[in-house]
Design a protein. Structure first.
Length: 149
């Protein structure tokens, strides 16, 4: 199988798994859901809108990225990078406790896992994006493979 055929790279197969797991992790990290024990009132007034915008970016870009991925669009990695960037920003703001109280142990562990997943999603999305734009890769994919001797 040629490297250029859609859906054959392990990186491409990891994309939807990372998006879904990261979205679920953020869903159970919301105050009032899952293991988060802090209330909305424990955050600074300016932090609420920022966390809301970042959370909307995480979920919206994840959903759009998944839809584009399943349709075979080459635009899916852009949305993966947006999701990962918003997730990293949200986690760093939360664990730095600039906008409110420091997270309890459970959400702090989830934040660590989420940070790792977001960095991996960023790498996967960027790798897929770079591979699509690589002229050398396109030439390799277009050229027939040499028969083995």
């Amino acid at each position: 199988m040629l490297r250029g055929e859609r859906g054959t790279t392990p990186v491409r197969k990891a994309y939807p798994i990372l998006v879904v797991v990261l979205a679920i992790l953020f869903l159970v990290s919301f105050p009032g859901f899952g293991i988060e024990t802090r209330s909305y009132a424990s955050y600074a007034a300016w932090a609420g809108p920022i966390f809301l915008i970042l959370s909307l970016l995480i979920f919206a870009s994840g959903i759009v990225g998944l839809l584009l991925h399943w349709r075979g669009s080459t635009k899916a990695p852009y949305f993966g990078m947006v999701m990962a960037g918003a997730a990293i920003a949200t986690i760093l703001l939360d664990i730095s406790h600039v906008g409110g109280l420091p997270p309890p142990t459970g959400p702090l562990i989830l934040s660590g896992i989420g940070l790792v997943l977001a960095v991996v999603l960023l790498w996967v999305s960027y790798s897929e994006y770079c591979w699509q734009d690589c002229d050398e890769c396109k030439d390799d994919a277009a050229a027939p493979s040499a028969p083995s001797a």
